[in-house]
Design a protein around this ligand. Sequence first.
Ligand SMILES: O=C(CO)[C@@H](O)[C@H](O)[C@H](O)[C@H](O)COP(=O)(O)O
Ligand SMILES: [Zn+2]
Length: 197
Amino acid sequence: MDFQARILDHFNASIDTKTYASEVLPPFIEVASQMMVQCLVSEGKILACGNGGSAGDSQHFSSEMLNRFERERPSLPALALTTDTSTLTSIANDYSYNDVFSKQIRALGQPGDILLAISTSGNSANIVQAIQAAHDREMSVIALTGRDGGDMASLLGQDDCEIRVPATVTARIQEVHLLVIHCLCDLIDEQLFGSNE
Ligand SMILES: O=C(CO)[C@@H](O)[C@H](O)[C@H](O)[C@H](O)COP(=O)(O)O
Ligand SMILES: [Zn+2]
């Protein structure tokens, strides 16, 4: 195997994805950040969920809210629904893995909260159910998706926001999702705490 060539294939594909994603995503990221700020100033919180790499992205986002992103500022209320293994395993064992996030949302979600729902395919059943539960709790949804948006896209309404990465490879979609998450963290800090230039 030509290790260097294979590695460069990933780097080049990632750069290409970011290039054409930057042509379409900024307006959606702006709207999503304003939704999050409106939620936070109204004493709401942000719940986040995803599977696999997207579970990691959910936890990455919540940690940068609860701790900090790049500046000193008060902690912000966010929670990744992907970390409590007792909750996750008991719901999956007693009911279904499809219910692991929606059951938590029905207990924790309040009107005005936001669900950050992350899925590269847009088709993971537990994320689809999480969106349905969020709507039942009068929450808005910010969906990070890819490909054609999947089943998630058709569930989203006018109070929600979909940030769909124009790519089909899961790894490339995830790399842009993380870029989006860091943009959101930056824009939230700028809007809530002023420019730190
Ligand atoms: O991170 C990766 C692939 O890069 C995988 O772990 C990936 O997250 C898993 O296959 C997930 O189950 C995919 O789910 P989704 O993104 O389609 O909702
Ligand atoms: Zn991954």
